[in-house]
Design a binder for this molecule. Structure first.
Ligand SMILES: Nc1ncnc2c1ncn2[C@@H]1O[C@H](COP(=O)(O)OP(=O)(O)OP(=O)(O)O)[C@@H](O)[C@H]1O
Length: 363
């Protein structure tokens, strides 16, 4: 396994890029530590596949370098990078048994049959497919086929990185959670550097210790699932992660204080990155309290959705929509209410970027 470093990377599919808009990857500096479980998360078109193809060697970046353990591999073809990839659709040989499918990447590299047996047995046990080893792959269900495909990616001990590209796309929704948690468990046992590419926040947050969030060819935040939830560095991350995402409300900053519809809103701490002028307040629905009698911002309820464990309330205040998540009894549509924001979770954003610090010290 290896540390993978992307240094000053840019990529344009155009032969004569004029400006930033012509770059699928704008400027990426990123280190994937040896043995880490990473997710690369972002909406369609943000550049995830481009980045993956640069790591695997299918694409040579327009600018910058790819380093595996400090060795420059930017110009090396895929076959010389020693990478395992698991794709959206299972890549297995239908006519072979499960055992032979799992053995294939090892035999292909001339491993002796004793090693093949040891690795195949271990991986089959981890994936809970031992009873299927003599079954022909053609007879497997789609999720078992994808499991074997994953096993083929994990069976070699000498790869630099295992990359998963939306591996659960073809899996039935009710089986997805099983494979998701299986993958996490596999990482803990195999300890390989793994990069999991997805546009699905649940998959990313379940699998990864560190999530790299991309938007429009740039990395907007790298952090643990908790970091991304608690302290989004950009309003995009706040929106993209969470259900519903973070509320982003227009505000005016005057003398270090934030005003929403003319009302002063207490922020987590000092404003660190914005002068006077228009900015945005970010507050997650989990930290908005709704009350019929309390203090706070006057609002009215537009909708209440019961989503099982809790209710999602949609309120309108100063012409802005604000979501709140509530347990227990919720008001009804049309009710007049007041909203309070948990101060320590109320952040300021300027031009999309976090511009407030917690009380008692910047983070
Ligand atoms: N071969 C190509 N030629 C020209 N432009 C491309 C090519 N491949 C991708 N792009 C463009 O580069 C940008 C990034 O695309 P990319 O496929 O890397 O995003 P993605 O995040 O992987 O999206 P998806 O999840 O839909 O695969 C997009 O604007 C896309 O249109």
């Amino acid at each position: 396994m290896a540390q993978i470093k992307l240094s000053n990377l840019r990529h344009s599919y155009s032969s004569s890029p004029a400006g930033d808009a012509d770059y699928a990857l704008k400027k990426i500096d990123l280190t994937w530590e040896d043995g880490g479980a990473y997710a690369l998360l972002g909406p369609s078109g943000c550049g995830k596949s481009t980045l993956l193809n640069i790591i695997s060697g299918l694409l040579i970046p327009s600018e910058g370098k790819v380093l595996f353990d400090d060795q420059d591999v930017t110009a090396l073809p895929p076959a010389r990078r020693n990478i395992a990839q698991v794709f959206q659709f299972p890549v297995i040989y239908d006519t072979m048994t499960v055992y032979d499918n799992l053995a294939f990447p090892l035999r292909n590299r001339g491993r002796d049959e004793e090693t093949v047996k040891r690795r195949v047995t271990a991986i089959a046990e981890m994936l809970e497919v031992t009873t299927m080893l003599t079954t022909r792959a053609a007879n497997l269900s789609p999720d078992n086929k994808q499991k074997i495909s994953m096993g083929r990616g994990l069976v070699r001990e000498d790869v630099n990185v295992v990359m998963f590209d939306e591996p659960l796309t073809v899996i039935d929704p009710h089986l997805k959670w099983k494979l998701r948690s299986k993958l996490k468990e596999l990482h803990q046992r195999v300890k390989a550097t793994m990069i999991y590419v997805t546009h699905d926040q649940t998959e990313a947050l379940t699998f990864a210790d560190q999530v790299v969030v991309m938007q429009d060819g740039e990395v907007v935040q790298i952090g643990t699932p908790v970091d991304l939830f608690e302290r989004p560095a950009h309003t995009f991350v706040g929106h993209f992660i969470g259900s519903p995402g973070m509320n982003v409300l227009p505000c005016e900053v005057r003398g270090g204080a934030a005003f929403f519809g003319g009302e002063r809103i207490a922020l987590e701490g000092p404003v660190s990155g914005a002068g006077d002028g228009m900015a945005e307040i970010g507050i997650r629905p989990e930290f908005v309290s709704v009350s019929k009698t309390g203090e706070g911002i006057a609002a009215h309820i537009r909708k209440v959705a019961d989503i099982g464990r809790h209710k999602v309330v949609e309120a309108i205040a100063h012409d802005s929509r604000i979501h709140a998540i509530m347990d227990g009894e919720a008001p009804d549509a049309g009710d007049a209410v007041t909203l309070e924001f948990n101060r320590s979770q109320t952040r300021l954003y300027k031009d999309g970027w976090l511009a407030s610090s917690p009380e008692g010290g910047a983070r």
